[in-house]
Design a protein around this ligand. Structure first.
Ligand SMILES: CC(C)(COP(=O)(O)OP(=O)(O)OC[C@H]1O[C@@H](n2cnc3c(N)ncnc32)[C@H](O)[C@@H]1OP(=O)(O)O)[C@@H](O)C(=O)NCCC(=O)NCCS
Length: 406
């Protein structure tokens, strides 16, 4: 039953997600963040002064370090927020933009806040190499450059790369390389179909990014750049595994992307007062974590935890979004959610990532959690409403999940 205290999502938008060598690679993530912050407010006629707090997720500090720290503070000020505005920059790896929303919801439920914005912004291709030792200059010998993108750095402190953990645990769960390739091909085909049917478009989920040029009109990017509609199993099978993983390849992994997303949440009462039509009711929003090795399983555990807050079951979910950190994640997690029942697993897979996922759409890490949330809300709406679950894993087996009702 609807209540005036329900938390509702009233506005959501994202930039297109780029390929590695896109013209977007030169736009600081802070500027991409500024763009979505302006647009998500414009869509519902809100002014910066009306937003009580902005939580801003970004998880490649080496990139925003080019503009120094506190990216959330910088992006909000650039977007016209007054000096008195409150923002928080946070990093919970790929979970960050849903963490940003959940913290906002906590503030609203505590009665401290009325309107909260959650942002996720990342420009992975812009991430520079690091040159440790330069400050004190090597007196004798070689200087080393470090690429924070390569392995995403987890090996430096002795952890496995995500690709190793995901590949090994997928095999533990009986998910073969071939199954992961099939899921990757499905992702590309479904994303291409969603575009052909006008489901992913500017004015709804997307806003365009305009890049000024020396001469003439600016370059406009208004589509995700990584969809490969003609992907075949034969081509995928030929790709070599990467990062020491037994199964992960460039084909069943998401590309390295730039992109930003933003969401605005408030109570239903506040939305009614402002005459705003909610995109979705946020029925539950939770975080979870597991042993780092089991990162593939954490979307399932997060969804189960979220469902436990609601009295709903996985069978009540009309749609599911599980971020394709790799193809292994939706496959392992839906298998767990199906409790190893083959028929149920097939049904859950059919309802999962119905418009493709990060393998095809791109995965600018800090902004993907908000992306799966808005994708779910829009698709539920297109289908006339229902319940949906969205979940994402983040480095070393962190998780976030949200249950939506439309
Ligand atoms: C996997 C990864 C290393 C590949 O990087 P890359 O080599 O720059 O990727 P490319 O797009 O050039 O693809 C490599 C090759 O695979 C091929 N390929 C990729 N997807 C394909 C597909 N769907 N079908 C056919 N071939 C494909 C490319 O054509 C390319 O072939 P080429 O070398 O003959 O040109 C990189 O995308 C990556 O690190 N992804 C994971 C990022 C990550 O960890 N995110 C966080 C997860 S939690």
């Amino acid at each position: 039953m609807e209540s005036r205290d329900d938390i509702v999502l009233v506005s959501a938008v994202r930039t297109p997600f780029s390929k590695f060598d896109s013209p977007m690679k030169d736009i600081p993530s802070i500027k991409l963040g500024e763009m979505v912050i302006r647009e998500v407010m414009n869509r519902v006629g809100l002014q910066p002064e009306e937003i009580d707090e902005v939580n801003y997720g970004s998880c490649l500090p080496a990139e925003f370090a080019l503009e120094t720290d506190v990216p959330g503070r910088q992006a909000t000020l650039l977007a016209g927020f007054p000096g008195e505005s409150i923002s928080l920059s946070l990093d919970r790896a790929c979970c960050s933009s849903l963490t940003a929303m959940r913290l906002g919801i906590r503030g609203i439920k505590a009665g401290e806040l009325k309107i909260v914005m959650a942002v996720g912004s990342e420009n992975m291709p812009r991430c520079p190499h690091l040159a440790p030792g330069m400050r004190w200059a090597a007196r004798l010998g070689h200087l080393k450059l470090i690429d924070p993108l390569f392995y995403l750095g987890y090996d430096a402190m002795g952890f496995n790369t995500i690709a190793v953990d995901a590949g090994e645990v997928a095999l533990e769960y009986g998910i073969t390389r071939e199954m992961q390739d099939e899921w990757a091909m499905r992702s590309h085909k479904l994303a291409a179909k969603a575009y052909a049917e006008g489901k992913i478009k500017v004015g709804e989920e997307l806003m365009p990014v305009e890049i000024p040029r020396k001469k003439g009109e600016p370059l406009v990017i208004d589509k995700d750049e990584c969809i490969r509609e003609n992907t075949t199993m034969e081509a995928l099978a030929k790709l070599k595994t990467v990062y020491g993983s037994p199964t992960i390849t460039a084909g069943n992994a998401p590309p390295i992307s730039a992109g930003s997303s933003a969401l605005i949440v408030m109570t239903r009462q506040e939305a009614e007062k402002r005459g705003l039509e909610p995109l979705a009711t946020i029925v539950a929003s939770v975080c979870a974590a597991a042993e780092p090795r089991y990162i593939c399983t954490i979307p399932a555990e997060s969804i189960e935890k979220a469902l436990a807050h609601t009295g709903l079951a996985i069978d009540d979910m009309d749609l599911i979004e599980i971020n394709e950190a790799f193809a292994a994640m939706p496959l392992v997690s839906t298998k767990i959610l199906a409790q190893d029942n083959a028929g149920k697993w097939d049904k859950l897979k059919e309802r999962t990532n119905v418009n493709g996922g990060a393998i095809a759409l791109g995965h600018p890490v800090g902004s993907s959690a908000a992306r799966i949330t808005m994708t779910l809300a829009h698709e539920l709406k297109r289908r006339g409403g229902g319940y949906g679950a969205a979940a994402i894993c983040g480095g070393l087996a962190q998780g976030e999940a949200v249950i939506l009702k439309v």
